[in-house]
Design a protein around this ligand. Structure first.
Ligand code: GLU
Length: 460
């Protein structure tokens, strides 16, 4: 049974776009294999905990349509799915490792560790625990623990040999054990570190594929050793490349919006965002650019994922979103716009105006700038109105029947009579009615706006 998961930490305001990307791939791999996709909340770092983060993460995943079979909200056979509710499990395994000599109690104070790190820094050595407490006998340490001395539990790693694992995307990856740190497994507050929590839970929750960002590669050998020490079978690993800004720097808040909720608020469609994410580091075998997640499920294979840094380019996403808007049925898009603007625009007018503006729209948020004038008289005119051509146009419209051809005919005739260029009169009417020089087709817009409202806007 294929079981995949994402294990977000509730340390940010919402789902990070990079996490949405890994969520998509995990979801697709599970679906392709008729497996299960699981959400586990890794909330063991209490110093970075952000209230409300978990809810926002779940909301954003639901908005994207990435549904899970098991998780903190839905429950499931391996409940609870929140690490802070599973503390006794981690303690049990950490202590088992101590008994086996694969982990040890460490009593070093924060001051001593800081001192040690300073020394390493000045000698340009990598920051690593120096192993002081590893030298104590087990009896000695047990007595100190009994006496209530503050302690953590550290992983006891071999100084020799290499740890090797196979990555489904990158092939074999090996690390020299002497370069691996004796990682803390259980903190003095009884919470596990990421390394212990992730291994225990991935094993107990029977996760078959661990698909995550490449920033976790350097942690993987420690996890592999933990699996071996605990006598557990290894899951399969796949480390996805990190998304980059167009200048190749790591996707970060300063250069690109990183929270999924931002994309939602800007009026991107979830289908478009997912489709765009799908094209990061992977290409549809038929070179299709626009495809649904169901289509992706059919043809996706982890081994086809590229390791070169995928560029997340908002302009490209905006283009794709526009394509999705035009693919959406008018009646559905009408409801999406109605909801997006919280019902401030009436559905009938939205339906009538959509065909006039959808060609130019890239996001739902652009509907307001393109079609807002249908609902509200312009407050300003840019450039300022010119009286003469406006009068000519206004007179012609006053006498005209209210359909495209009649209006066009009347305006052209009146312009000619007044010795003006019809194009100038049309432009003036446009500015008077919409406030701007560019916008949807004018006469069709006037048809929707109606004669009374149009003449009101033209009358100075
Ligand atoms: N809690 C980790 C995170 O915040 C999970 C990493 C993993 O998938 O192993 O992304």
């Amino acid at each position: 049974m294929v079981r995949t998961r994402i294990a977000p930490s509730p340390t940010g305001q919402d789902l990070h776009i990079g996490n949405a990307y890994t969520a998509l791939v995990n979801y697709v791999v599970a679906k392709k294999n008729e497996g299960k996709f699981i959400i586990r909340i890794e909330d063991t770092d209490r110093t970075r905990f952000v209230e409300g983060s978990e809810d926002h993460i779940l909301e954003s995943l639901a908005w994207l349509g990435i549904t899970h079979s098991e998780g903190p909200d839905t429950g499931g056979p391996y409940t609870p799915y929140r690490q802070s509710e599973r503390l006794s499990l981690y303690k049990k395994y950490a202590e088992e490792l101590v008994v086996q000599g694969k982990a040890y109690y460490c009593f070093c104070t924060p001051e001593r560790l800081a001192e040690m790190r300073k020394g390493q820094e000045s000698r340009h050595e990598p920051p690593m625990y120096d192993g002081m407490c590893k030298a104590f006998s087990r009896q000695q340490s047990a007595i100190r623990v009994k006496n209530g001395e503050q302690h953590v539990i550290r992983l006891s790693l071999p100084d020799e040999g290499v740890t090797v694992f196979t990555d489904l995307i990158r092939g074999e990856i090996s690390f020299e054990n002497k370069l691996l740190d004796d990682q803390v497994l259980l903190k003095s507050d009884g919470f596990p570190t990421y390394h212990l929590g992730v291994v225990v839970d991935d094993h107990l929750m029977e996760i078959s594929h661990i698909i995550r960002g490449e920033e976790w590669i350097s942690s993987t050998p420690k996890h592999v050793l933990l699996y071996q020490f605990l006598g557990w079978g290894l899951p399969l690993y796949a480390h996805m490349p990190l998304l980059r800004n167009p200048d190749k720097s790591k996707l970060s808040k300063r250069k690109n919006p990183v929270w999924v909720s931002w994309y939602r608020e800007q009026g991107f469609l979830p289908e478009a965002l997912l489709n765009y994410l799908a094209t990061m580091a992977w290409a549809h075998p038929d070179e299709k650019e626009i495809f649904s997640i169901d289509e992706m499920v059919e043809v996706f294979d982890l081994s086809d994922v590229q390791t070169t840094a995928p560029i997340f380019d908002i302009e490209k996403l905006r283009w794709m979103n526009g394509e999705y808007l035009r693919k959406t049925q008018n009646s559905k898009l009408k409801t999406q716009i109605y909801d997006f603007y919280n019902g401030i625009y009436d559905e009938d007018t939205i339906a009538k105006t959509l065909p006039l503006v959808v060609e130019r729209m890239k996001t739902l948020a652009e509907y307001r700038s393109l079609a807002g004038f249908f609902f509200e008289r312009p407050k300003e005119h840019e450039p300022p109105l010119k009286v003469a051509p406006l009068k000519v146009g206004g007179e012609a419209l006053r006498l005209s029947d209210w359909n495209h051809d009649a209006m066009e005919h009347a305006i052209r005739e009146a312009s000619e009579k007044a010795g003006m260029k019809a194009k100038d009169v049309f432009m003036e009417l446009r500015v008077a009615v919409t406030g701007k020089t560019v916008g949807p087709p004018l006469l069709e817009s006037l048809e929707v706006l109606g004669k009374d409202e149009t003449l009101r806007r033209i009358t100075l």
